[in-house]
Design a binder for this molecule. Structure first.
Ligand SMILES: NC(=O)c1ccc[n+]([C@@H]2O[C@H](COP(=O)([O-])OP(=O)(O)OC[C@H]3O[C@@H](n4cnc5c(N)ncnc54)[C@H](OP(=O)(O)O)[C@@H]3O)[C@@H](O)[C@H]2O)c1
Length: 302
C-alpha cells in the first residue's frame, strides 16, 4: 500500500507518434517555404544580374535570356519539392505505409477468425472432461494421504512394501476403517485381496481392467475423488504415482516416517514445509516387533 510510486508517462506511445509526425511535417513545410523564398530571391537576383549588371548578356539560347531557363529549371525543382511535401510524404510516407500494413493485418485477422468459426461449427471439439481437476471437486471431503516412507522418501520396491511394522499396519487399519481408499492399479495388485470394511477405488487407464465386485474402477483421479465425495475423509493410500498427482489436492498427510534410508524404486513426493504444517509427532523406538525406529507424523495444509 505504501510501496514506491511507479512513474507513469504523461503521454502514451500513440500520442508520442502523432507528435513526432506533426514535428516532421512542420519541418518539411518550413523547408519548402524557405525554398520558395530562396527561389523568389534567386530569380530576382538572376534577372537583376542579367538585365541590370549585364551578366551573360549575350547568352540567349533560341533567342531567350539564360535566366528564363534557369528560373524555369528552379521552378520545376521547387514544384517537385512541393509535390514531395504535399503528396509523397503525406500519402506515401512511413506513417502511411504503417497504416496500410495495419489495415492489411486487420483484414487477415478477420478472415482467420471467420475461418476458425466455420471450422468450430463444422468440427466441434468434444466438450466433456474440459474442466481441469480443481481442489473443489469434492471440497466437503478432507482428502488425506496416508503413507509410510523412509528418511529418503522410499516407499516401495518391486511392487511391495520394504518393511513390516505391525503398529503401522494397525494405525493404517484404524484410520482408514469404514472409509474410501483411493489407490493406483499397481498398489491394488500388491494386496493379496481387498481389505475388509473399506471401499476400494482403483485408478487405472485400462478401460476394461477387471476388479472384484464391490471395488470401484475409475480412469482418472478426478473421478476417484468424485466416487468418494460422500465420504468426509477419503484416504489416498498410494502408490508413488498416485501420491504425486493427489498431493496438490490433499488437505492432510498421515505419515509414518521410518528412520532409515532404503533402496527403492518408488518414493513419496517431498513434503514442502511452506505448504504443510506438522501438527503432531509420536516417536516409536524399534523393538522385537519393529525392526526400525519410526514416527507417526500428521501434517495439515497451511
Ligand atoms: N509405503 C507406503 O505407504 C506405500 C503405499 C502404497 C504403495 N506403496 C508402494 O508403491 C509401489 C506402487 O506405486 P507405483 O507408483 O508403482 O504405482 P501406483 O501409483 O500404485 O499405480 C500406478 C498405476 O495407476 C494408474 N494410474 C496412475 N495415474 C493415473 C491417472 N492419472 N489416470 C489413470 N490411471 C492412472 C496406472 O494404471 P494402469 O496400469 O492402468 O495404467 C498406473 O500404472 C509399490 O511398491 C507399493 O508397495 C507404498
Amino acid at each position: 500500500m505504501f510501496g514506491k510510486k511507479k512513474d507513469r508517462p504523461l503521454i502514451d506511445k500513440e500520442q508520442l507518434e502523432l507528435i513526432k509526425t506533426a514535428q516532421k511535417r512542420i519541418k518539411q513545410k518550413k523547408s519548402l517555404y524557405i525554398h520558395f523564398v530562396l527561389f523568389l530571391i534567386g530569380s530576382v537576383a538572376m534577372i537583376v544580374a542579367s538585365l541590370v549588371i549585364g551578366v551573360g548578356e549575350t547568352l540567349k539560347p533560341f533567342g531567350i535570356d539564360w535566366f528564363v531557363y534557369a528560373i524555369i529549371a528552379w521552378l520545376l525543382i521547387f514544384l517537385y519539392h512541393a509535390f514531395n511535401v504535399y503528396f509523397t510524404h503525406k500519402f506515401l510516407g512511413d506513417t502511411w505505409e504503417q497504416e496500410q500494413l495495419n489495415k492489411l493485418v486487420e483484414k487477415q485477422k478477420t478472415r482467420i477468425a471467420k475461418l476458425q468459426q466455420q471450422v468450430d461449427k463444422e468440427h466441434p471439439l468434444p466438450t466433456e472432461k474440459k474442466t481441469p481437476i480443481t481442489k473443489t471437486t469434492s471440497k466437503k471431503s478432507e482428502i488425506t494421504l496416508i503413507v509410510a516412507a523412509g528418511e529418503n522418501d522410499a516407499i516401495g520396491k518391486n511392487n511391495q512394501l520394504i518393511w513390516h511394522l505391525s503398529d503401522d499396519l494397525k494405525r493404517f487399519k484404524k484410520l482408514t476403517n469404514g472409509h474410501h481408499i483411493i489407490m493406483g492399479r499397481k498398489t491394488f495388485e500388491s494386496f493379496p485381496k481387498p481389505l475388509p470394511n473399506r471401499i476400494h477405488i482403483v485408478i487405472s487407464r485400462q478401460e476394461n481392467y477387471q476388479v472384484p465386485s464391490g471395488v470401484i474402477l475409475v480412469n482418472n483421479l478426478e473421478d476417484a475423488f468424485d466416487a468418494a465425495k460422500s465420504d468426509k475423509q477419503p484416504f489416498v493410500i498410494g502408490g508413488g504415482e498416485i501420491y504425486k498427482q493427489a498431493m496438490p489436492f490433499a488437505d492432510k498427510i498421515e505419515l509414518t516416517r521410518v528412520h532409515e534410508n532404503f533402496e527403492a524404486d518408488t518414493s513419496f513426493p517431498k513434503i514442502d514445509s511452506n505448504i504443510w504444517k506438522e501438527t503432531s509427532n509420536t516417536y516409536h523406538a524399534k523393538d522385537k516387533n519393529h525392526q526400525y525406529d519410526f514416527s507417526f507424523i500428521t501434517y495439515l495444509r497451511k
